[in-house]
Design a protein around this ligand. Structure first.
Ligand SMILES: C[S@@+](CC[C@H](N)C(=O)[O-])C[C@H]1O[C@@H](n2cnc3c(N)ncnc32)[C@H](O)[C@@H]1O
Length: 271
């Protein structure tokens, strides 16, 4: 085994040890406060010098998110959206699309060409700018860049009036918000942003009952991609209560980037 391989194995073992200790501490209620998790999340995603930032943010040209993976994220997601939307009649023109957590624009480049307007939102300013840049290489759809405050996401309503969005997209994000409650807070906001009859296409990580697949509510920096999970039936019911009617769902138990993903198509009722 070479030096590089050995250090990877060591890093993997270290991550599993931290995960185990967080699982145990989390199970005993040793959680970090929501405020601390939000602060840690803001710090994590602002740290552009961190070695994994490019890949974690899904920017084109990372070590793991290379050209092919970047392209596949958007084309696969758009195809999945079309498949789910097909169950309710489909729609070639997507209208005003808002992507919450746009990253480097992997979805934006696929969804924007079919939109009248694309709103690229992230919690750091670099990502909406990068998404706007890669969209401009692909099409003329106007892109609005929005930077959200992790602690006060509802402020986005100052920039995007309630009831004006036709499609809310949130992919590879709801698993890395501070807590399940925060995820539901974002979905309530999505319901406010959508016009009556409009759709949301979102992805969650689902729990399969084992302790290590539940939300640890601690150690944001170490647990980033496993920070928040839901039981599928709980999320489905919660969406109905929020005013987003679940229309269809599909599961990806094992994907290229991660595992235990549920994709939902939701609709804000017309009246
Ligand atoms: C894994 S990337 C996913 C990017 C893109 N959605 C995709 O599917 O390729 C996660 C992105 O979510 C952003 N993010 C993290 N927490 C967020 C939050 N609370 N609200 C909005 N964006 C957030 C990160 O800055 C990062 O750009």
């Amino acid at each position: 085994m070479g030096v590089v391989d050995a250090s990877r194995v060591l890093a993997g073992a270290q991550r599993r040890a931290v995960r185990l200790s967080d699982t145990v501490l989390g199970a005993f209620g040793r959680h970090h406060s929501e405020q601390r998790l939000m602060t840690d999340a803001a710090g994590y995603w602002a740290d552009r010098d961190a070695p994994r930032w490019l890949d974690d943010s899904h920017w084109r040209g990372g070590r793991f998110i290379d050209e092919a993976r970047f392209a596949a994220i958007g084309t696969d997601h758009l195809a999945l959206f079309d498949r789910l939307a097909g169950t309710v009649g489909g729609r070639p023109d997507l209208g005003c699309v808002l992507e919450w957590g746009v990253g480097g624009g992997a979805n934006a480049v696929s969804f924007a060409p079919r939109a009248e307007r694309f709103i690229a939102l992230n919690i750091n300013p670099a990502s909406p700018a990068e998404a706007a840049r890669v969209v401009a290489e692909r099409c003329d759809t106007p892109v609005t860049e929005i930077v959200a405050d992790v602690a006060r996401p509802e402020l986005v309503l100052d920039d995007v009036p309630a009831g004006t969005v036709d499609l809310f997209v949130c992919l590879y994000v709801l698993e890395l918000v501070p807590s399940p409650e925060y995820g539901l807070r974002l979905m309530r906001l999505a319901a406010d942003l959508l016009r009556p009859g409009a759709l949301a296409f979102v992805q969650i990580k689902y729990s399969i009952g084992r302790a290590e697949t539940r939300s640890p509510r601690r150690s944001y920096r170490h647990q980033t991609a496993s920070m928040t999970s839901y039981r599928l039936d709980h999320f489905w019911t919660a969406m109905d209560a929020i005013g987003l009617r679940p229309l269809a769902m599909t599961l990806v138990p094992e994907g290229v980037l991660d595992h235990q993903y549920g994709y939902l198509l939701l609709q804000r009722p017309s009246s």
